[in-house]
Design a protein around this ligand. Structure first.
Ligand SMILES: CC(C)(COP(=O)(O)OP(=O)(O)OC[C@H]1O[C@@H](n2cnc3c(N)ncnc32)[C@H](O)[C@@H]1OP(=O)(O)O)[C@@H](O)C(=O)NCCC(=O)NCCS
Length: 186
């Protein structure tokens, strides 16, 4: 198994997008093409290759300095709400570990999206390798201080096992389901 990284602007194989579709979009009944996300050309991508086969994927993008992470995904017809601590009017709150998320020192901040491992490869530590490599490359490339993501409820234990922490209430992402926001200080 090999971990492969692509920096912003570098080309991605079709097989990378195929895994994204298979694990993250097809189960929702979304059409082929919906796996291509805005900003893919600006993101760091990581995947695990088992010989030629892509087994697990993920991406990280830099949250612009004047943005709070909120976005609308036209193809999936779903929305990403703001990450409260990155908003201008943020009043400090504690995360689920009891730690107060500070108002400064959070940026540069990255968002992790589209993490998935093919069914037959799950439980072998592959997504952890993808996530770790995205965190490391985000620090190398952007000097990222923190990471942010919206976790599907089922994936929360995976992110927690990798040092991420939930904060704030559960919310519904239309067409996808219940999510909780998570963060990690790098
Ligand atoms: C979440 C997902 C990416 C995890 O991929 P994976 O390659 O199986 O994860 P790993 O093997 O690296 O898991 C590492 C650790 O996370 C935890 N973990 C992973 N999946 C878990 C689960 N379903 N329940 C509880 N803990 C879990 C475990 O502690 C695991 O360590 P262990 O194997 O030593 O017990 C995968 O289950 C998946 O693709 N799910 C469907 C798509 C999805 O929900 N993506 C995330 C969207 S936010």
């Amino acid at each position: 198994m090999k971990t492969i990284i692509r920096l912003p602007g570098e080309s991605l194989p079709e097989s990378y997008y195929d895994v994204r579709f298979e694990i993250l979009r097809k189960p929702l009944g979304s059409q082929k093409g919906s796996e291509r996300l805005d900003g893919d050309d600006l993101a760091i991508h990581s995947w695990i290759a088992d010989n030629e086969k892509v087994a697990a994927v993920g991406r990280a993008h830099l949250i612009p300095a004047d943005a709070d992470g909120s976005a609308f995904d036209q193809k999936a017809k779903s929305a990403c709400p703001a990450f409260g601590p990155l908003s201008a009017d943020y009043e400090p709150i504690a995360d689920d570990s009891g730690l107060e998320i500070p108002t400064d020192g959070l940026r540069p901040a990255v968002q992790v999206r589209a993490m998935g491992t093919l069914d037959e490869y799950q439980g072998q530590g592959l997504a952890s390798k993808v996530l770790t490599s995205l965190e490391k490359e985000s620090v190398n490339l952007w000097e990222a201080k923190t990471g942010w993501l919206q976790a599907r409820i089922i994936a929360i234990p995976f992110y927690e096992a990798n040092g991420w922490c939930c904060f704030g209430p559960e919310y519904d992402v239309p067409n996808v389901g219940a999510h909780v926001s998570m963060w990690k200080k790098f």
